[in-house]
Ligand binder design. Sequence first.
Ligand code: ADP
Ligand code: MG
Length: 306
Amino acid sequence: MPSEFELIRKYFDRPARSAVLGVGDDAALLRPGAGMELAVSADLLLEGRHFRAGADARKLGHKSLAVNLSDMAAMGAAPRWATLALALPAADEAWLDGFARGFFALAERFGVELIGGDTVRAPTGGPLVICITILGEVPRGLALTRAGAAPGDDIWVSGELGGAALGLAQPAIAAAAQRLDEPEPRVALGERLRGIANAAIDVSDGFAQDLGHVLERSGAGAVVEYERLPKFSGADRRQVLSGGDDYELVFTARQEKRAEIEALSAKLTLALARVGSMRAGEPKLLVLGKDGAPIAVERGFDHFAP
Ligand code: ADP
Ligand code: MG
């Protein structure tokens, strides 16, 4: 059986190009660009919680990095470096090969370097755990946060909502299953929204819940028209409003930015829908139906919900 060190060398040790020092020492060394701030985010994927046992290794490699890239997108940061910590139930080389293929295919597309990590054996019967920390760069003062939305701002959503939740419910719908298993992080959009958007978040736990975080952090309310929400074909209302794992961006911007945002949508060939607006007052989300009457909204995913 290969040793821990052989596995790391074989599957995860790639030459670092932009890092000062990559895999192989006690720590990596990084040199952020002049005038840049570092954006740092960690996500943990747990077998039995975020994916089922026996899930396709290549897709897991893709998704575990994609959810981190999505956090960079939501900050308006350019992803640069990542670390990868794994608790592995077995030294399964077919699994490691598939995982590394999915991981590096996406990493190369977005110019991300794997600069370190940790690899341990899970205790007998213990779950597979994948924890990635990602680091990105954003020019000083230009990061998009959840706190910057102002009353009167338009609310925008990229792509379509509800596809991943539909894929979870009906895996036989291939396009929906792909949205769940191989999400496309909106990195280019996030970077282009610097100086345009006032606030942004990615949809990981459901549109209503994630927009709710923006409302709380910004200290304002929102009115959204259900008819205007971009819906994945076949997704029901609960999947559209409260389904997780879509990794689209929800952002707010002043009304004067409409033409710029529409031009950006055309340039990126990515649909951007204007779905509502921010209101002064309580951080409450009001979703209105076609008749103008409010629609009851289920909260999205919460790990600690009873
Ligand atoms: P340490 O004992 O200092 O934790 P390790 O022996 O665990 O070092 O790791 C050796 C080197 O391999 C380190 O540079 C570490 O960052 C890197 N490494 C370990 N596991 C991974 C992994 N899954 N992906 C990328 N790099 C890894
Ligand atoms: Mg270690």
